[in-house]
Design a protein around this ligand. Structure first.
Ligand SMILES: Nc1ncnc2c1ncn2[C@@H]1O[C@H](COP(=O)(O)OP(=O)(O)OP(=O)(O)O)[C@@H](O)[C@H]1O
Length: 253
């Protein structure tokens, strides 16, 4: 991926720095680094050549090319250091903004015990999203604490972990895939506090208490990556498949 990008930058620089008769060499590397092809000007003295406008043009072209290379190298270094932000492509969460984007959705024990699993799955299915992983389990304390690690200092943290791990009912953990599924999933779920959730959302339709709001959904691309990796990180846990109606749902004209 990065070598393709490097080739793109180098070929752009080459196009921009080309001066007919001077830089028009056949080799890409030679074209770029050969700034003064003296053989092209056999009758010109060194002093005359240095003060000539051709020399100045060459020098400025070389300067622009050097700056471009520096920028390209910097960009590549940044991409390597921050692959998630650079390409917004991740191992588990797919590619952001495309039909391969994925989110983690969990029906909490209250949603399961109240018999809401079917309706919640049906909402995502009918919308057109693709189910790529599902399992029912009672999470270990360690898993629940890891999942909600960002809330560990909040006063309700212990109660939240107790409720998720009680075993009175399991959770149903899922991964859904499709365009904009992370943001759309949050919209379909509704506000954290069901009393603030918009009419028709899952939390508004089925819940009242913030401590029993029946469902969780990843709130960002980075979070989706972490959560899918945490709950479905073993090889083979995410199915790669295409529903028969996928193109009818995802196609653009
Ligand atoms: N004030 C609170 N009292 C009790 N429980 C709370 C409170 N605030 C949040 N929670 C619980 O902690 C969960 C995580 O809270 P967070 O702020 O991450 O909201 P969220 O991202 O909408 O919820 P979730 O992570 O479950 O999708 C909430 O879904 C809710 O069950």
């Amino acid at each position: 991926m990065y070598s393709r990008r490097l080739f793109y930058y180098v070929s752009r620089i080459n196009r921009g720095s080309r001066v007919p008769g001077r830089f028009d060499n056949s080799s890409v590397g030679k074209t770029f680094f050969s700034t003064t092809n003296r053989n092209a000007y056999p009758a010109t003295s060194n002093a005359a050549f240095l003060s000539s406008s051709n020399y100045k043009k060459s020098a400025s072209k070389f300067f622009v090319a050097a700056c471009s290379v520096t920028a390209a190298v910097g960009t590549l270094a940044y991409c390597n250091a921050n692959p998630l932000h650079a390409e917004e492509t991740a191992k588990f969460a797919g590619k952001k903004g495309t039909s391969s984007e994925r989110t983690f959705i969990m029906i909490k024990p209250d949603g399961v015990t109240r018999g809401l699993v079917g309706d919640i799955i049906s909402r995502f299915e009918k919308r057109g999203y693709k189910l790529v992983a599902i399992k029912s389990l009672v999470p270990s304390r360690q898993l629940a604490e890891q999942h909600y690690a960002d809330l560990s200092t909040r006063p309700f943290f212990k109660g939240l972990v107790n409720y998720i791990t009680s075993g009175k009912a399991p959770v149903v953990a899922m991964v859904w895939e499709g365009k904009d599924v992370i943001r759309q999933g949050r919209i379909m779920i509704g506000a954290t506090n069901p009393l603030d959730a918009a009419p028709g959302t899952i939390r508004n339709t089925y819940s009242i208490s913030i401590g029993r709001n029946i469902i969780h959904g990843s709130d960002s691309f980075d979070t989706a990556e972490q959560e899918i990796g945490l709950w479905f990180g073993k090889p083979g846990e995410l199915a790669s498949w295409e529903p028969a109606n996928w193109n009818w749902i995802m196609a653009e004209n």
